[in-house]
Write a protein that binds this ligand. Structure first.
Ligand code: ADP
Ligand code: MG
Length: 250
């Protein structure tokens, strides 16, 4: 029996008259990669924002590791091990790759971090070594002293991933990890995410690219107009006529 890491329980969220999420119930099991797919406007980003505490649900709850996290602040939820990457570029273009990866490690250790302190703390060897380790893990160690601004789009995603991994997430949330990437960068991102998956990390992935979804997901939940219309293994979801209808417009 595996554990439920995250349980989104009967969540409703409306924006004015628009029901962005209605009656959403979702369980993410330990060690799995759980994909959330659905057409544009389906409610995927809203659901992710509810999970990380950025959008409060109107009714329902989010339970993480057995604890209700609804109502907690995003930074509190982050401190509990819920780490989101990729939604917006959150890298610091003028800092080196090494410094970029050190920032979230300091923020986690000290609760807060002032960016103008990066030069003085860059010499702290424990976190520096750890940052190097995670840069190596994502294949960027050779570029560690370059500034982040000089990276290609694919390498920026790798850097963001290292910034997430150094926080040692209990649950990693990936918002469209391959959006805007070339096929080559997409495939190398899939390889990297497979490597992380092999370590047993629990992940939620929001993704449009079906090649990516079917390469990585253990389970898929399909959102359409704020409701989960299908939930199951990739094969179960692929053959579901409701899913085909939602994607092809009926
Ligand atoms: P997805 O990520 O699946 O494309 P979203 O969760 O971004 O969908 O949006 C779901 C619906 O909620 C859309 O109709 C969108 O326009 C609406 N919506 C999202 N955020 C807001 C907001 N802050 N205020 C008003 N409407 C919103
Ligand atoms: Mg979205």
């Amino acid at each position: 029996m595996s554990n439920v890491v995250l349980h989104v329980a009967d969540v409703h969220k409306s924006f004015g008259g628009l029901k962005a999420l209605s009656d959403v119930d979702l369980q993410v099991m330990e060690g799995t990669t759980h994909a959330i797919i659905g057409p544009n406007g389906a409610g995927k980003s809203t659901l992710l924002n509810v999970c990380i505490g950025r959008i409060p649900p109107d009714t329902g709850a989010v339970v993480f590791d057995g604890e209700v996290i609804t109502g907690k602040q995003p930074h509190e939820i982050n401190q509990m091990g819920v780490v989101r990457v990729f939604q917006t570029p959150e890298i610091f273009p003028d800092l080196t790759l090494l410094q970029n990866v050190m920032v979230p490690a300091f923020a986690k250790r000290d609760g807060a971090f002032r960016l103008n302190a990066i030069q003085t703390v860059s010499n702290q060897h424990d976190i520096r070594d750890e940052a190097e380790h995670w840069l190596e893990d994502v294949g960027l160690k050779d570029q560690k002293d370059m500034t982040a601004a000089s990276l290609s789009r694919g390498d920026k995603r790798r850097l963001e991933l290292a910034m997430g991994l150094i926080q040692r997430p209990r649950l990693l949330l990936l918002d469209e990890p391959t959006a805007g990437m070339s096929r080559h960068d997409t495939n190398s991102t899939i390889d990297l995410l497979r490597k992380i998956k092999a370590r047993g990390m629990t992940k939620i992935i929001i993704e449009h690219d079906m090649h990516v979804v079917f390469s990585l997901a253990d389970r898929i939940s399909v959102l359409a107009q704020g409701q989960i219309i299908a939930d199951g293994t990739p094969d179960e979801v692929k053959g579901n006529p409701k899913v085909q209808e939602a994607y092809l417009g009926g």
